[in-house]
Write a new protein. Structure first.
Length: 486
């Protein structure tokens, strides 16, 4: 009888106590995160060295487990939500998002069909339509939620491939005498385009990287020339991936002009707005949506600018039925008759069968802030980016390396005329800052030169945090410059 009583879940009162303790810990973590070291300075293997490598045979108490979380795990992560973590695209963690993730974990539903969770399916449909309206997409666009833009882009390219080579779903690409397909994107576009080409059988080498102009936007004249050259060599143009908010500089490709090229050659146009499409929520930034209505597909990651915790990526297609016709495959054990009106089973719109209830966190966050609240926060991040750019212009030792379009600033410490030496100094500045644990930046290459880069998007980041990082950059730049020149 005693053994029977020990089975099942953790007793309710004990679980309740653990929840209260965890809630206090999370609130303290958020409140005091600025006091933490941003990134660990451990060597590879240091985390494993502190943990028991033998698989557990008997139960451990939550107190024991959580003690190891505090002792090993928390110090061993990069704290993306730290207000002076300014790498990549900034952290979009918010308190409503954390609460929603806890609820999602408790419910633990599988959103593969309407029947397996009606609320998950219908809430996904709802938040996707909210977002469609905010983006200004026509009614014929409908969406589906995946984890990341890499997966969204792969699905969009798969739909493009099926349009260009019908019946590939059934017959595959080989042995059919099909042409070699080409995909075009700028030299600033994300590597997910190549990964998508690999996944759908087009191949990495058939992604043509098109040069960009002085503002790092795709050069449409060169795109036309590249397509013409490929046609002369018997390649088949398949799709163009235009980017709205490139990874390095947040540049925006000329989508309307690219759309005209795609119409002329009957090519698929996919817009990668993973980062930049969120700007559409600001009335004064509606310019960013130019040409979207001409696209066949567009992806946006609300976990990049719209304050939904990672991961949440929304893919929209002009004809969402293309995805269903490509991917629907229902085994016998899922042949259950759904009620009239339950037409959407999101498992039919991609390779994934099991699906997380991601829509809940978007619904909670967007209701908690509203469009006005989201826009106000984005607007403040744009203000901070422009302020940082002004500080750079006021210091003759630094220069802007790209136009400031969104919450991303690329800049370079300049000293002397030796570009290779300047590259090394800029790289060392980033390394020194990141090693300090007090701030975190990234570096990238623009026109072959190393530049520093910050990304703003964290609701905890204030003007004072930005000033702290700027003063650190100035100080360390002087120190590195003196050391190199000594």
């Amino acid at each position: 009888m005693k053994d029977r009583q020990s089975l099942g879940d953790v007793p309710a009162e004990e679980f309740r106590k653990q929840l209260h303790e965890l809630a206090d810990w999370i609130a303290d973590y958020r409140e005091h995160i600025a006091e933490r070291r941003i990134a660990p300075d451990d060597e590879p293997g240091a985390i494993l060295a502190q943990l028991d490598r033998t698989a557990p045979e008997t139960a451990a108490s939550f107190d024991e487990i959580f003690a190891d979380i505090e002792r090993v795990i928390v110090p061993g992560v990069a704290h993306w939500a730290h207000p002076q973590f300014m790498s990549y695209f900034g952290c979009t963690t918010t308190s409503p998002g954390i609460l929603a993730e806890m609820i999602t974990g408790a419910l633990n539903v599988n959103a593969m069909t309407w029947r397996t969770s009606p609320a998950a399916t219908e809430l996904e449909t709802l938040v996707l339509d909210w977002l469609r309206q905010w983006l200004g997409l026509p009614n014929e666009f409908a969406g589906v939620v995946y984890d990341t833009a890499s997966i969204s882009t792969m699905h969009a390219l798969a739909a493009a491939r099926e349009q260009a080579a019908p019946n590939t779903r059934q017959l595959g690409l080989s042995g059919r005498g099909l042409p070699v397909f080409r995909i075009y994107t700028s030299n600033q576009a994300h590597s997910s385009v190549e990964k998508g080409a690999i996944a759908i059988g087009v191949g990495e080498e058939n992604v043509q990287r098109v040069p960009t102009d002085v503002e790092f936007r795709m050069d449409v004249a060169v795109l036309r020339e590249t397509i013409a050259s490929d046609l002369r060599n018997n390649f088949k143009p398949l799709a163009v991936v235009a980017t709205v908010g490139t990874t390095s500089t947040a540049s925006v490709d000329p989508v309307p002009e690219i759309a005209r090229v795609c119409r002329e050659h009957k090519m698929w146009l996919h817009v990668d707005g993973a980062y930049g499409a969120g700007l559409a929520l600001l009335p004064e930034c509606k310019w960013v949506t130019a040409g979207w209505s001409e696209a066949d597909s567009i992806v946006i990651n609300p976990h990049k600018m719209l304050f939904v915790p990672f991961d949440f990526s929304a893919l929209y297609l002009r004809d969402i039925g293309r995805l269903r016709r490509l991917f629907t495959l229902v085994p016998e054990y899922l042949h259950l008759r759904d009620p009239v009106g339950a037409e959407i089973n999101y498992m039919d719109y991609g390779v994934q069968l099991g699906r997380r209830f991601r829509a809940l966190k978007a619904w909670v966050v967007w209701r908690a802030f509203g469009r006005e609240g989201l826009a106000a926060r984005i607007r403040d991040h744009l203000r901070l980016a422009k302020l940082f750019a002004r500080w750079l212009r006021d210091d003759e030792r630094f220069e802007l390396s790209a136009p400031v379009v969104m919450g991303v600033v690329c800049f370079r410490f300049k000293t002397g005329d030796d570009d290779s030496k300047i590259d090394m100094i800029n790289s060392k500045i980033v390394e020194r800052i990141n090693a300090s644990g007090r701030a975190y930046l990234t570096q990238t290459k623009l026109h072959g030169r190393t530049v520093m880069r910050i990304g703003l998007g964290n609701v905890l980041t204030t003007e004072q945090h930005l000033r702290n990082v700027w003063e650190m950059i100035q100080l360390i730049a002087d120190e590195v410059d003196r050391a190199v020149c000594a």
